[in-house]
Design a binder for this molecule. Structure first.
Ligand code: FE2
Length: 235
């Protein structure tokens, strides 16, 4: 698996480092530029996912997830080296918008790749919650799949989230990386950007969704759900 930084990433990081290293003109520029983001390896064998090829998974991981990691790293460095009070509003606003997009893309892709690995069903606790909140596992599967297929030809995400406020599960649609449910704990993430399936499925988004649902393992969702259960609803 290639995990190196491509030329565009090198240029982006080099540019950001230059900005971060620029002499500070005031105390407001003293914020340290900590490298908080690293590209995590795939948490599964990319040869082992039924219905999704190694070529597709590696491309998605290295080109799209990797790009998000490189982008958030560069943006964080640029923000750390800047004096926010001296930046034009449009420049600071643009950086903050791109920061959110790149940060969420990083986090959401890491959740997506945790959909794959050794087969594991929903835990008894999560299965019970799915049955309570959706009627049945079959009903949730049908809803989640249909929402994914509704994004065919467009782009976005589908999530299964735990709402801390309502103490219930929710299937959530998102048109881009920034549309996450407020107070929601992410359990399952389905990437519906074309780069997630085009290599294997072309324009057949529905075929990709069906393959994803067959390959989905619940290991991560079970752990995240168990952690979420320890958090009381906000007052
Ligand atoms: Fe993606």
């Amino acid at each position: 698996m290639a995990t190196g930084v491509n030329r565009r990433g090198v240029l982006a990081l080099t540019g950001a480092a230059a900005v971060a290293a620029a002499p500070a003109s005031g105390a407001a520029q003293a914020r340290p530029a900590a490298a908080r983001f690293t590209q995590r390896p795939l948490p599964f064998d990319p040869k082992s996912v039924p219905g999704l090829s190694e070529k597709l998974l590696l491309s998605h991981h290295d080109n799209n997830y990797g790009s998000a990691v490189r982008k958030i790293t560069a943006i964080e460095a640029e923000l750390a080296g800047a004096d926010p009070a001296s930046l034009p509003g449009y420049r600071l606003g643009g950086l903050k918008r791109e920061q959110l997009l790149a940060l969420n893309s990083t986090v959401l892709h890491e959740a997506y790749f945790q959909s794959f690995g050794p087969a594991a069903p929903p835990s008894p606790a999560l299965a019970a919650a799915i049955e309570r909140d959706f009627g049945s596992m079959a009903r949730w599967t049908a809803e989640f799949s249909a929402v994914g297929k509704s994004l065919g030809g467009a782009s976005g995400w589908v999530f299964l989230v735990w709402s801390e406020r309502d103490q219930r599960l929710l299937t959530q649609w998102a048109a881009d990386h920034t549309m996450v449910s407020a107070g929601g704990r992410l359990l399952v993430a389905l990437d519906m950007y074309e780069h997630a399936y085009q290599i294997d499925y072309g324009a057949n988004a529905a075929g990709y969704v069906d393959a994803y649902m067959r390959a989905l393992t619940w290991t991560h969702a079970n752990a995240a759900f168990a952690q979420a259960q320890a958090i009381a609803a906000p007052t």
